[in-house]
Design a binder for this molecule. Structure first.
Ligand code: GDP
Length: 300
């Protein structure tokens, strides 16, 4: 939490700043509510979720006769936490079961941070005593397999890679086979995410999934989303949710944006829990997502 707070420090945080401005007013008049709305939208919460949150907040302050900044702050906190589905299961299905490895597919637009996230997740799992195979099924981007191999070396995981420009599904299949043969706990599969061609992407990801499932079900499909792409990123994200059954979101680059409200937009628009957040490029810059701690950091 300390790290989260320092990375989302209030000084660079649009929502925190806007809220401070509202709290420093002596009256909760129309203008104050508009300012709050503006600061939520500026923080990338999204227009619809913002309207709902502010409407509920207005109604509750009216009913409760809220006057003080502290009371308003705590009501806003409740509304934001509530918007983040605080009861959702955010654990990763990453431990072996039924005598076979857990299989995780990692999908998302190129550049969103998939390869880095695979490396960071492997790091956490290895640190917990698990064995990990990383499957380099992003055979389209030449450097992706090298990058994943570097991560594997760094964190103590094994990497399975194919030929350059080879069949991603074949690599994914081989990675899971290797995991089964070696009695590995977890297989993480890094995939390609070319969005230019939606049909091609659907075909490719669909095939990767089908081929992997010849070994058994995929336990978790993580969608990696770059927080700095804001509302546009959400439109792209939806394409992935149409192709594969996404079970969790990893929101990366939260350290690089003053718009942490995007987490709320993701939850509201996709209805899929954000399970992990990326807070930097280093191996330890991955944190489990905790709605309450996050909102506290957001509000400063
Ligand atoms: P991929 O194409 O989806 O596999 O994306 P990469 O894993 O190659 O990441 C693209 C760039 O984003 C790299 O320079 C990463 O170091 C950087 N990156 C990934 N995650 C984070 C994060 O949480 N914070 C920051 N600041 N950079 C990140």
């Amino acid at each position: 939490l300390v790290r989260l707070r320092s990375r989302l420090s209030r000084s660079q945080n649009a929502l925190g700043r806007g809220l401070l401005a509202v709290l420093s007013r002596d009256r909760l008049d129309d203008e104050a509510w508009e300012d709050l709305e503006d600061s939520l939208i500026t923080a990338d919460v999204g227009v619809e979720p913002t309207r709902e949150i502010v409407e509920r907040l207005r109604e509750r302050t009216r009913v409760l006769g809220t006057r003080t900044p502290d009371e308003l702050r705590s009501l806003l906190r409740e509304e934001l936490v509530g918007a983040l589905d605080p009861k959702a299961d955010r654990s990763l299905a990453a431990t072996p079961h039924d005598g076979r490895p857990a299989v995780l597919l990692v999908v998302g637009v190129n550049g969103s941070g998939k390869t880095t996230t695979c490396g960071k997740i492997a790091r956490v799992l290895v640190a917990d005593g698990h064995t990990v195979v990383l499957g380099a099924a992003d055979t389209f981007r030449a450097a992706a397999a090298d990058q994943l191999a570097t991560w594997a070396g760094r964190v103590g995981a094994e990497v399975v890679r194919g030929r350059e420009a080879g069949d991603p599904a074949a690599v994914a299949f081989d990675a899971v086979r290797r995991g089964i043969e070696a009695g590995t706990d977890t297989v993480l599969i890094d995939t390609a995410g070319r969005l230019q061609n939606k049909v091609g992407l659907m075909d490719e990801l669909g095939k990767v999934k089908r081929v992997v499932e010849r070994h058994g079900p995929v336990d978790e499909t993580l969608l990696v989303l770059d927080a700095t792409t804001g509302q546009n990123g959400l439109t792209q994200a939806r394409v992935f949710t149409e192709v594969v059954d996404v079970t969790g979101v990893v929101l990366t680059k939260l350290d690089g944006t003053a718009k942490g409200g995007i987490v709320i937009a993701v939850q509201r628009n996709l209805g899929i829990p954000v399970k992990l957040v990326g807070l930097g490029e280093g191996p330890d810059d991955l944190a489990p997502f905790e709605p309450e701690a996050f909102v506290d950091a957001l509000l400063g």
